[in-house]
Design a protein around this ligand. Structure first.
Ligand SMILES: C[S@@+](CC[C@H](N)C(=O)[O-])C[C@H]1O[C@@H](n2cnc3c(N)ncnc32)[C@H](O)[C@@H]1O
Length: 226
């Protein structure tokens, strides 16, 4: 089964996905393949906007960022290039190796780890000023997503920020047959998952339509402050 929708976006993570028999978007094998052949080339516009808005060049060298589910490092490389102290973790060894190669080719540095966002991540509490998690929570079930957000809460410094972008239950990738992503979130699920003692949590929609509105890419954009 092939879904080939070629839009103008520079970052449409799960479009143009070819699925073989048994491929499941919550398996390591699936993501190894995706990271080998299909990861985006450019950072997500919301990542660029958020980083530039909140972190002027002079503070980036003291700002520790975690790219949660970094894949092949599209956003990680951007962060390192912009001067942030950057760490990336991903379930996929292929993704992490590819991120490492891109960093090396660009003469940049970041700390990379193969890790599951649903498990205890091996960093001390309050290690990061910023956590990004783009296109990842829809790859896991809500319980795993809740564990990932609890980790983010533990790992953020007081005043630290988070940006989470993930598919809603209305997103075409969830509604396609077979679904291209594992789980699309209702607003109630999002509220539940982020109900932790963050100082601020903003739950916004990030919606793009194609083919005159026939196809709706409908993400949640959650930005927060610890
Ligand atoms: C759609 S890609 C997004 C990658 C990257 N954030 C980006 O924006 O280019 C989803 C990534 O989530 C990773 N992933 C899926 N489940 C994961 C888990 N349980 N723990 C860590 N990473 C996971 C996959 O390996 C894949 O690299």
């Amino acid at each position: 089964m092939e879904c080939a929708l070629h839009g103008g976006s520079t970052h449409m993570p799960t479009l143009d996905v070819q699925r073989g028999p048994g491929a499941s978007s919550n398996s390591r094998h699936f993501w190894d393949e995706w990271n080998r052949h299909r990861s985006p080339k450019y950072p997500h516009e919301k990542v660029i906007q958020f980083c530039f808005r909140h972190y002027p060049p002079e503070v980036r060298g003291q700002t520790r960022v975690l790219d949660l589910g970094c894949g092949s490092g599209t956003n990680t490389v951007f962060l390192a290039a912009e001067g942030f102290i950057t760490t990336g973790v991903d379930l996929s060894p292929v993704g992490v190796a590819s991120a490492q190669q891109k960093l090396q080719e660009a003469g940049l540095q970041a700390c990379l780890q193969v890790a599951d966002v649903g498990e205890e991540l091996d960093f001390p509490s309050q290690s990061f000023h910023l956590i990004l998690c783009v296109g990842v929570l829809e790859c896991v079930d809500p319980e795993t997503a809740a564990r990932a957000v609890r980790s983010a809460h533990r790992l953020l410094c007081p005043g630290g920020r988070g940006l989470f972008l993930f598919a809603s239950d209305r997103d075409f990738r969830v509604l396609s047959n077979p679904p291209l992503v594992h789980h699309g979130y209702t607003r109630a699920e999002v509220e539940q998952i982020f109900r932790l003692n963050f100082q601020q949590v903003w739950i916004d929609r990030y919606v793009t339509t194609y083919r005159g509105g026939q196809i709706e890419q409908y993400d949640w954009l959650v930005t927060l402050e610890r």
